[in-house]
Design a protein around this ligand. Structure first.
Ligand code: PMP
Length: 422
């Protein structure tokens, strides 16, 4: 039970006063700590300096300094095809951002439909997407921007609530897709179970052009040697005769340099050919020099794995620090729940219902910036107002400890405030 619920009004008031004094001391320190976004820290970025320091021998058989190679240079295609377990024909290398590929993919389906569509998606009065939440705010932002209605699907410890997903897609032809972050999900940190992958691959959809936006942003971003395994969705879709159902995305944003990495898309060859056809009008090709720099710096999947272990060595102590301070400060009180992921960029925190916004506000007033409460839900609205995303990667370790002390003090303060109101 919530520890504070067993206390009298006077006891709560007294303890809240002590917390207020502690918070005033933090305010006096003039802190400016930011944990709002999952950005790599400077030490992580330094790991990839070798990529831009060395001179790049630009030409192999083809002169990569010139136009051409719409969907990527052969060395990069071979490497990513191996990493994503697809053929090179099933792969497209894009520009610097997977989010950009996702946005373009949806714009294309709105304008032209897919290879399985009766008509472009824009020709429906309304189309809808399933949005497992908590999820990634920028996915939801794309839907809002493009006028795609969002339906909230609760997340479980194994992935989206598949009973709800199956019931909804079975009868409604205007439900055209679902957002998924299947590995070390942003922000819940979970990896989809084999059963969820199989159900996504085999479910009956009223929309023959239903698409799964499989954003595998954290596929190789383990924090320890206990990495999660994710079942291959494209393979499962092929087995169920739904090969075109999935678009898979990934990027090196959190491998090398965010914003200057390379993004990739994998899918059935039929889907890939369709996209290449439209892409051919959009561009003559992406940045091949950047692709070449990447494959020279990280030429094999083994080299990538070794590189990711260096990231883990920097990140694991940060995640452990957050968990240690949370446990030390509020572990005994049963007033919040948080997870301990094996990878990814976030720790998911749930505070008492109705308290998340106030906790984030309290933190901001005391010098700690968190992701806005609600951002992890469609339309920015967390129905329970309980979810908070912690992004421990960017701040140095000593700042992180202080930031989590402020956070845990705010959680206690706001929880007591709520109980006193009740
Ligand atoms: N997808 C998810 C789930 C993410 O968390 C992020 C980065 N925060 C991105 C995509 C962005 O990827 P990119 O830099 O390749 O656009």
């Amino acid at each position: 039970m919530n520890y504070f619920k067993g206390k009298t009004h006077e006891e709560l008031k007294r303890y809240q006063n002590e917390l207020k004094q502690k918070l005033d001391r933090y305010k006096g320190m003039g802190l400016n700590l930011n944990m709002a976004r999952g950005k790599p820290c400077k030490e992580q970025l330094d790991l990839s300096n070798g990529m831009i320091n060395g001179t790049v021998d630009y030409s192999i058989n083809i002169d990569y300094r010139n136009y051409g190679l719409l969907d990527g240079i052969p060395e990069a295609k071979a490497l990513f095809a191996q990493g994503m377990n697809v053929s090179e024909q099933e792969l497209i290398i894009g520009g610097n951002s997977s989010l950009n590929l996702m946005y373009d993919t949806l714009v294309r389906t709105l304008l032209f439909g897919t290879v399985d569509s009766k008509k472009p998606w824009k020709d429906y009065d309304k189309i809808k997407f399933l949005c497992p939440a908590p999820g990634y705010d920028r996915h939801f932002g794309i839907c809002e921007d493009l006028g795609i209605e969002m339906i909230l699907i609760p997340m479980t410890s194994e992935g989206p609530d598949m009973d709800q997903v199956e019931a909804l897609v079975r009868d409604d032809e205007t439900i055209k897709g679902i957002w998924c972050i299947p590995k070390y999900s942003n922000p819940t940190g979970i990896t989809y179970s084999d059963e969820v992958v199989d159900r996504l691959a085999s479910m009956e959809c009223a929309a023959k052009d239903f698409r799964i936006m499989w954003d595998n942003a954290y596929n190789i971003h383990h924090l320890n040697n206990n990495g999660d395994e994710l079942k291959d969705l494209l393979e499962a879709c092929k087995k169920n005769n739904h090969a075109n159902r999935v678009y898979m995305f990934s990027s090196t944003s959190k491998v090398t340099f965010p914003g200057s990495g390379i993004a990739v898309m994998a899918m059935s060859e039929e889907n890939a050919d369709d996209i290449r056809k439209h892409m051919g009008y959009q561009t003559i090709g992406s940045n091949k020099i950047n692709q070449l720099m990447h494959v020279r710096f990280l030429p094999t999947t083994d080299a990538i794995e070794a590189h990711m272990m260096k990231h883990a060595e920097i990140l694991e102590p940060k995640f452990n620090k957050v968990l240690e301070v949370m446990e030390r400060e509020i572990g005994a009180y049963n007033i919040a729940k948080w997870n301990n992921p094996n990878g990814g960029y976030f720790i998911n925190l749930d505070v008492m219902d109705g308290c998340a916004k106030s906790v984030v506000k309290c933190c901001a007033e005391h010098g700690v910036t968190l992701t806005p409460a609600g951002a992890t839900f469609p339309y920015g609205k967390d129905p329970k107002d309980s979810n908070i995303r912690i992004a421990p990667t960017f701040p140095p370790l000593y700042e992180l400890e202080l930031a989590i002390e402020v956070l845990t003090t705010c959680i206690q303060y706001v929880t007591i405030e709520k109980l006193l109101q009740l």
